[in-house]
Design a protein around this ligand. Sequence first.
Ligand code: F6P
Length: 350
Amino acid sequence: MMRKIGVLTSGGDAPGMNAAVMAIARSASLYGMPLIGIKRGYNGLLRRSTNIRDDLLELNLDTVLDIADQPGTYLRTARCDEFLDPAYRDIAVKTLEAMEIDGLVVIGGDGSFHGAQELCRLGVPCIGIPGTIDNDLAYTEMTLGFDTAVNVCVDAVRSIRATSRSHDRPAVVEVMGRHCGDIALSTAVSTGSEIVVVPEVTWSVEEIAAKLNKQLAKGNTRATIVMAEGCWESMAPFDMYGFLTSHGKECYQGEPMSATRFASVMKRMCGMVEARATVIGYTQRGAEPTARDSEFAFEAGNLAVKLLRDGISNQVIGMEGNKIMYMPIDEALSFKRPFRRELFDLVNSL
Ligand code: F6P
């Protein structure tokens, strides 16, 4: 019989994490199950703080009701490299036992789910809610925070395209996503951006310059190149130092490619007066959740508590066919992520 449960948010924060915690608190309260909030991801279970309230706190429904639409995560978050070490996982299990926490909801991305998988193996009933803007978990159609991140990027790119049009100059825009190009692709599609570059597809600087030149030849002087932050890992070797210094631009040997450097290269390869770069950055993570993310958080939070109450554990929650679903964590983590190649080709071919 599941009496008390715990919840933690882990990894990079994602819009909707608070809404999920609120839904969990409301459900737990409905079923009469006390809820403990574990702070800073798995770190809270390692009990390193001098004040216990810095690690673990009973979640009061009143407090949690106010956080649903707030960005960030009320429980705080962190990555926890020590959790890769079995000795630290044993400490976590002991903390859960000492606190009489019978089940745990983990809200986080891939790394957080691997931590949950290890806890499941040690006999701790866990349920995962996919909380990451990156949309890089293959078993689910969407992760919590992805929709909000895309909407932030769409707003930003629309503004950038407006000023690009005024100045007749192209723009390079870098978005987040780690090794996943989904934020970039959805942003490009939703804004009518002409070129998108992602880590899933190998590319070369010369190829993108040819595409940009094609746009310029068509009279499109303000094309937008949306680049996923992970795209630099799939770039064909390019002598940036040699190229930029031969064009009179200061550059240091060994300096890595970046959005700003890339814009500089494009400007010179395409003979333009100017090309500017914008890195959208953390505004993508710190935004208020969209209705879609909030709804997913609500459904996922409620389902997580219901599953634990019904004695079903070691599962992760996701979306399939636009419906909430769950599946065993081991199965979910074995999926290989599909990439929407046709859509990608369509954007780049127009
Ligand atoms: O996983 C979410 C994410 O925002 C990625 O898109 C990004 O690569 C990373 O986290 C940034 O992490 P940090 O907060 O450590 O800079």
